[in-house]
Design a protein. Structure first.
Ligand code: NAD
Ligand code: UDP
Length: 404
């Protein structure tokens, strides 16, 4: 069925059914919201949790999307119902993973399982379904597209090469040729095996290679997305409120938690590492373009990030403190930041990426996409959300009398 929408080449876009695994997570919840609000596509949303998409599944009124999203609570590790859902879809998107750095060195087996083995099982299922529908001596994938969110760019780090192995690292760090990460040119280099932090990156790289090889040898239609620090509302959890008290989420939620509690923000190893942050809503625009423009997206690996929003972690902490003071009306913590060693914060086996800048040439050429939102603006809307969502709950939790 045509949708009235046209793709970047002016062709009508057909309504499709999308099997989205990990739909209940941070990225999944924003993608579901976008698909429901702005497109006629159907979503078979698969996850073990649904809290972040509750507003779409149990809306207070009857929105236009009411029949277009179905939630399937299942663990893709061991649930054969997944195959039936993939069979019913035109496109399968996989977002399921363990993707909080605090887990990479402390739960390396789960990290490798969830980022490689679980996804290779999914790939096998797609292969089984698609090849069964193709009657030919050549095994080919047909009728199923796949979008995979893979590399966390930590490992595709010419920056590690520059930092750890080059004597002239300072000079090289000034030259974009050595640190801007290009999908089709930059080398992938990890730290040593003892630094288990790289278990995630290595698992991601291997699944990317597997998908790419399925494309090359068996004709799988795929798109690989490399998210560069997408941040925004609903990212991770606030420890002790909607996640475990001892849990360590990614930096946005760690710093939000500190600000909500009026505590100093903890700068790991001095907060000297640099990141480029992109607003989730900008990034989701890019994913929708990939979904609706298969002729331009198939077979490609896309960096999705915002090279203009580069800061050190220390600068991020300072900006978040300023923004939070503005949106909450509360005074900043007396001691705004404290330094902490990575060993104390993450435990043995942690390692960091020092610099991570995405090259935007390919996504710009294929899909005409550019990020729009400045770091200040995205922090303002995100911290407004954090304050509105959590401030009361934190007050209650911290004012509870201690049991005698
Ligand atoms: P997230 O943790 O918020 O979402 C992942 C979702 O997958 C969760 O809701 C989780 O419940 C679900 N899931 C995990 N294991 C499952 C299983 N066995 N069965 C069913 N559901 C399962 O993470 P996110 O930030 O939304 O990231 C999504 C993907 O993007 C991941 O592959 C991640 O590695 C990748 N990624 C994200 C970023 C970023 O900036 N947010 C950066 C790099 C890569
Ligand atoms: N970080 C920090 N304090 C925190 C949490 C994280 O200094 O409370 C640092 C972390 O060491 C890394 C950066 O912030 O240098 C980004 O960490 P995140 O967990 O968001 O993921 P990454 O970009 O490393 O994958």
């Amino acid at each position: 069925m045509a949708t009235g929408r046209v793709d970047l080449d002016g062709n009508p876009i057909k309504a499709m059914t999308i099997c989205m695994i990990g739909a209940g997570g941070f990225i999944g919840s924003h993608l579901c919201e976008k698909l429901m609000n702005e497109t006629p596509h159907k979503v078979l949303a698969v996850d073990v949790y649904s809290d972040k998409i509750k507003h779409l599944l149990e809306p207070s009124s009857t929105p236009p999307w009411v029949d277009r999203i179905q939630f399937h609570r299942l663990n893709i590790k061991n649930d054969s119902r997944l195959e039936g859902l993939i069979r019913m879809s035109d496109l399968t998107i996989n977002l399921a993973a363990i993707c909080t750095p605090a887990d990479y060195n402390t739960r390396p087996l789960d990290t490798i399982y969830s980022n490689f083995m679980m996804l290779s099982l999914w790939l096998n299922t797609v292969r089984k379904i698609a090849s069964a529908s193709y009657i030919s001596p050549l095994v080919k994938f047909t009728g199923k597209r796949l979008v995979a969110f893979y590399l966390k760019i930590a490992h595709y780090g010419s920056h590690m090469l520059v930092d750890n192995f080059s004597e002239s690292s300072i000079v090289l760090q000034q030259d974009p040729e050595y640190f801007v990460l290009k999908e089709d040119a930059s080398p992938c280099i990890f730290g040593p095996i003892e630094k288990q932090r790289w278990s995630y990156a290595c698992a991601k790289q291997l699944i990317e290679r597997l998908i790419y090889a399925e494309g090359a040898e068996n004709g799988l239609e795929f798109t690989i997305v490399r998210p560069f620090n997408w941040i925004g509302p609903r990212m991770d959890f606030i420890p002790g409120i909607d996640g475990p008290s001892e849990g360590v989420p990614r930096v946005l939620a760690c710093f939000s938690n500190n600000l909500l509690r009026g505590e100093p923000l903890k700068l790991v190893d001095g907060g000297e590492s640099q990141r480029t942050f992109v607003y989730i809503k900008d990034a989701i625009e890019a994913v929708l373009l990939m979904i609706e423009n298969p002729a331009r997206a198939n077979g490609h690996i896309f960096n999705v990030g915002n090279p203009n929003n580069e800061v050190t972690v220390r600068q991020l902490a300072e900006m978040m403190t300023q923004v939070y003071t503005k949106v909450s009306g509360e005074a900043p913590p007396e001691t705004p930041t404290i330094d902490i060693s990575s060993k104390e914060f993450y435990g043995e086996g942690y390692d960091d990426s020092d610099k991570r800048i995405p090259d935007m040439t390919i996504i710009n050429r294929q899909l005409g996409w550019d990020p729009k939102t400045s770091l200040w603006d995205l922090l303002e809307s995100t911290l407004t959300y954090q304050h509105r969502t959590y401030a009361e709950a934190i007050k209650k939790a911290t004012s509870k009398p201690v049991a005698s």
